[in-house]
Design a protein around this ligand. Structure first.
Ligand code: TNX
Length: 521
């Protein structure tokens, strides 16, 4: 017997089919994605992929939970525009976020600490939460790595963001780089460009080596000849330069907007020829030195017995303190080969007192661990594990900059056109395959405040040179300072690095094409 369908049933089936068709046409095409396969550098603490996608398109807006986050929302909008051409609208929205938005919110979660964040990407929305704005800032850097790099080729979109959850926080509190602006001067704009790059890797300190034998680079109003004379040249005899105090404040602000703190260094008592050439009184014999444009070290010293030396140091530290750079002041103290050891100790101890009297925490190169230390100072290890071990006996914390691993001025190999090799040749794999907590017996995680990657500039003259020495090593070094140690391997990292490289290309960064990496075509 032929069964007849009732009319209402046919109608219902028809509507159902229409609805399925509608959903099939209008639901976003769900291509499988893998958030865990994204080439994040530094690698987040944990990534859980859910194999769907968020479509970033011209309907996507940015919502922020309160006015405090509006600036970060605008930053993110600007970065999305640079990466995709889209122009998302930013709105404050206290309650639950709308569909198709990227939502930034501050949510207390003790486990994520001061700088951590959680990024939850679902097809409907992206939620970025953290305890503090700095965590939101770092989450933004991670999110941006799921999108094309700024400056890349035009792309109509939608931009597919793989879904899942990222929970992330840094391994070390101090993640720094040092730039020597004394051997070769770098302009405010060049330093700002470097700061922009550093922010992408969640670096939070920029140590500026402001003075050396070849140049004095910061205006000190009570000692104007420091820059007038001492700032006039650089290595090789070029015109040098210096930052006015206004320019320096501008740099502090610019870095601060990117959650980067400037650490000023005035290197003393050695590495001071530029000051000794500017003021005859600072010399023990009362005679001004000639300006110096070579690259030798260890020949200059402030005059330890003279009282004017400490008046000078006090004026310099006070004027820099007035610019409010941040909590740290680096007093140098390296390679003071023409200062006798008793004088060196006397000098560093007195200068440390001056630095502290202006409210700073003092940092010194590892030689300064030969003085009477306490747990308030910070020692920067560059050459001597013995000095560093002496420091940790007093509870002093370390910034780890072992020259054999972290010196960005070391050549990659013997053919590298720039750089030095007195410490080592440092190939891209060697800069990555080490750990600060196991490198030296007697120095462990509990002694380490963080890491810093110095670029000395005897051979580095401009931003393109800088990029070549810094990239790609900085990427791996930043990962050592940010990401968990567990599971780190060169074999895994080198493919991720290769996948990350188009981001450097898109930004026009001049990086070293190491034979250790299979570069993308
Ligand atoms: C040693 S590292 C120095 C610098 C040089 C550098 C060159 C350190 C604390 N002092 O004066 O520029 O080597 O690699």
């Amino acid at each position: 017997m032929k069964k007849k369908f009732s009319k209402p049933l046919i109608t219902t089936i028809g509507i159902a089919l229409l609805a399925i068709g509608f959903v099939a046409c209008y639901a976003p095409q769900e291509e499988p994605t893998d958030l865990a396969a994204t080439a994040f550098i530094p690698k987040p603490m944990s990534v859980t992929a859910t194999a769907k996608s968020f479509h970033l398109n011209d309907k996507t807006g940015i919502e922020v939970q309160n006015a405090e986050l509006e600036k970060l929302g605008n930053d993110l909008a600007g970065k999305i525009k640079a990466a995709t051409g889209l122009d998302p609208v930013v709105q404050v929205k206290e309650e639950s976020p709308s569909y198709r938005t990227i939502y930034l919110s501050l949510q207390p979660e003790a486990e994520l600490g001061e700088e951590g964040y959680q990024l939850t990407i679902e097809p409907e929305r992206i939620v970025l939460s953290a305890n503090r704005p700095v965590g939101i800032y770092y989450g933004i850097q991670t999110l941006l790595q799921t999108l094309p790099a700024p400056g890349g080729p035009a792309h109509p979109g939608p931009f597919i963001v793989p879904t899942g959850t990222i929970r992330d926080m840094p391994r070390f509190a101090y993640r720094g780089v040092m730039l020597d602006v004394a051997r070769h001067f770098f302009s405010v704009d060049e330093v700002k460009q470097y700061i922009d790059y550093l922010a992408e890797q969640k670096i939070n300190y920029l140590h500026l080596h402001l003075t050396d034998d070849q140049g004095w680079r910061i205006e000190i109003k009570s000692w104007p000849d420091l820059t007038k004379i001492g700032g006039s040249l650089e290595v090789g005899g070029g015109p040098g330069g210096f930052y006015t105090q206004e320019e320096f404040k501008d740099l502090i602000r610019y870095a601060g907007d990117r959650f980067i703190t400037i650490v000023p260094e005035i290197d003393m008592p050695g590495h001071t020829n530029a000051a000794l050439a500017s003021y005859a009184d600072l010399n023990c014999d009362g005679k001004a030195r000639e300006l110096y444009t070579g690259t030798e070290v260890g020949f200059s010293s402030l005059c330890v017995p003279k009282e004017i030396t400490y008046q000078f140091v006090d004026d310099v530290v006070r004027e820099i303190a007035d610019l409010k750079p941040g909590p740290y002041f680096h007093l140098g103290g390296d390679e003071s080969h023409s200062t006798g050891l008793p004088d060196f100790i006397k000098f560093v101890e007195r200068v440390r007192g001056i630095v502290r009297s202006h409210g700073f925490i003092d940092i010194g190169w590892d030689e300064t661990a030969q003085t009477a230390l306490d747990d308030q100072s910070i020692i920067q290890l560059w050459a001597s594990a013995d000095f560093a071990r002496k420091a940790v006996e007093h509870g002093t914390k370390l910034i780890m900059s072992p020259a054999t691993k972290t010196y960005l001025d070391m050549q990659y190999d013997s053919l590298t056109p720039l750089g030095l090799h007195w410490a080592a040749y440092i190939e891209v794999d060697q800069a990555y395959e080490w750990d600060p907590t196991t490198l030296f017996p007697g120095i462990g995680a509990e002694n380490i405040l963080g890491l810093e990657f110095p670029l000395w500039t005897e051979t580095v003259t401009d931003l393109k040179d800088l990029e070549f020495m810094v990239y790609p090593r900085l990427l791996g070094l930043s990962e050592i300072s940010w990401s968990p140690k567990e599971g780190r391997s060169w074999a895994e990292y080198k493919d991720r690095l290769a996948s990350y490289i188009p981001r450097l290309d898109a930004q026009g960064i001049n990086y070293y094409k190491s034979p250790k990496v299979d570069w993308p075509e």
